[in-house]
Design a protein around this ligand. Structure first.
Ligand SMILES: Cc1ncc(COP(=O)(O)O)c(C=O)c1O
Length: 372
């Protein structure tokens, strides 16, 4: 079976992890945590990195650190992983859904303003599948309405907006290092920011509100345990050392797919805007009716022929968890046609950094053989 997305751990991962074991530093203290934070923040072009236990934890910490809570609203794309809206809800605020752009699958800036109310405190923008959002447009909206711009960069390690990685970050960016991500620590996340106060608040929130050097068991804020372990950070540091290669491998995958699948009737390939360099985390195509089989039928058929794929995310406004009259839940009324379309037709082809040209050719051949 050609896997959809597997990690590649062929750098210093083993050596660094063995160092943790040999020195007994296996928990959330140890040299690999600051080393990973510094290396990854620097790769992103940012001043500070606060490592934590997952991308979801990073989102939660940032929202709380920015003081977003009860009575506040946050703009969230309708097409994304449920973690974005969930963390807004668990921070005490309300997600307000906005539809996405058909070419980038990212928040459509032209639809944001009509959803802004006096309660709106932030825009939570997601660089979907590694393609950056239209950051200039979102920054203009955030400045005009005095909102924070939080970026969910869980899938966007290495992405560039107008020639630079740091242009992708907003007030703070949240990364995931889950096993399928371009860089992984198994489970893990990081908040990346240029704001020293925000970074400090995240550090406090990550660790029960303990202040380093302060009185022990004396807590200034209500906080979490969202710590990353030294073992995970050791893997993360080794992965970050190879970040450039992994980013290049993703882009090479995309180039090969483009070459093999361009002009196939019924298949819509991912687009890349002229201002973007996408990380192409998951190469996600749309299976149009013209293809002759539905997305789900294509998935089944490909699986039968030894190729693992994934569906796109499902529209947030349709999630069972958000239906009902609990006042904490988001308003799920309204139309989100692009989000619905991508949810129904989106198919993530194998996209791992370890795939060979031959693997990709097999994927393309199998996909084309499904056409009716
Ligand atoms: C867009 C997006 N946001 C957030 C997350 C959450 O990251 P984690 O799984 O590390 O909690 C993911 C993970 O897949 C994601 O794709």
């Amino acid at each position: 079976m050609i896997p959809q997305n597997l990690p590649v751990l062929d750098g210093n991962e083993r050596r660094y992890v063995l160092d943790c074991l040999d020195t007994n530093w296996i928990s959330s203290m140890g040299k690999y945590i600051p080393a990973f934070e510094e290396a990854f923040a620097s790769y992103c072009g940012a001043r500070y990195g606060v490592a934590c236990s997952s991308g979801t934890a990073a989102l939660h910490m940032v929202l709380v650190a920015l003081g977003i809570g009860f009575g506040d609203e946050v703009i969230v794309p309708d097409f994304t992983l449920v973690a974005d809206a969930n963390m807004v809800i668990l921070a005490g605020a309300k997600p307000v859904f906005v539809d996405v752009d058909i070419e980038t699958f990212c928040l459509d800036p032209g639809l944001v303003e009509e959803k802004i109310t006096p309660k709106t405190k932030a825009i939570l923008a997601v660089h979907m599948y590694g393609h950056p959002c239209d950051m200039d447009a979102l920054k203009r909206l955030a400045a005009k309405h005095e909102l924070k711009l939080i970026v969910d960069a869980a899938q966007a390690h290495g992405s560039e907006y107008r020639g630079s990685r740091s242009n992708c970050l907003g007030d703070a960016a949240c990364f995931s290092f889950y096993a399928t991500k371009t860089l992984t620590t198994g489970e893990g996340g990081m908040v990346v920011t240029d704001d020293p106060d925000l970074a400090e608040r995240c550090r406090l929130l990550r660790n029960q509100g303990f202040e380093g050097g302060g009185r022990r068991y004396w807590h200034r804020v209500v906080a979490f345990n969202y710590r990353l372990t030294n073992l995970q950070a050791a893997i993360g540091l080794a992965q970050t050392e190879r970040a450039g290669e992994k980013f290049a491998a993703k882009r090479r995958n995309a180039e090969i797919y483009r070459e093999l699948l361009a002009e196939v009737p019924g298949i819509r390939l991912p687009q890349e805007k002229e201002w973007a360099r996408s990380a192409f985390w998951n190469y996600t195509i749309l299976v149009e009716p013209e293809f002759g089989l539905s997305r789900d039928q294509v998935m089944e058929e490909m699986s039968r022929r030894g190729v693992e794929t994934r569906t796109a995310f499902c529209s947030l406004h349709r999630q069972p968890a958000y239906q009902g009259d609990d006042p904490r839940l988001p308003d799920t009324r309204g139309e989100y046609p692009v989000s619905d379309l991508v949810s129904e037709r989106g198919l993530c082809l194998p996209s791992g950094v370890g795939l060979s040209r031959q693997d990709l050719e097999t994927v393309a051949k199998v996909l084309l053989a499904c056409r009716r």
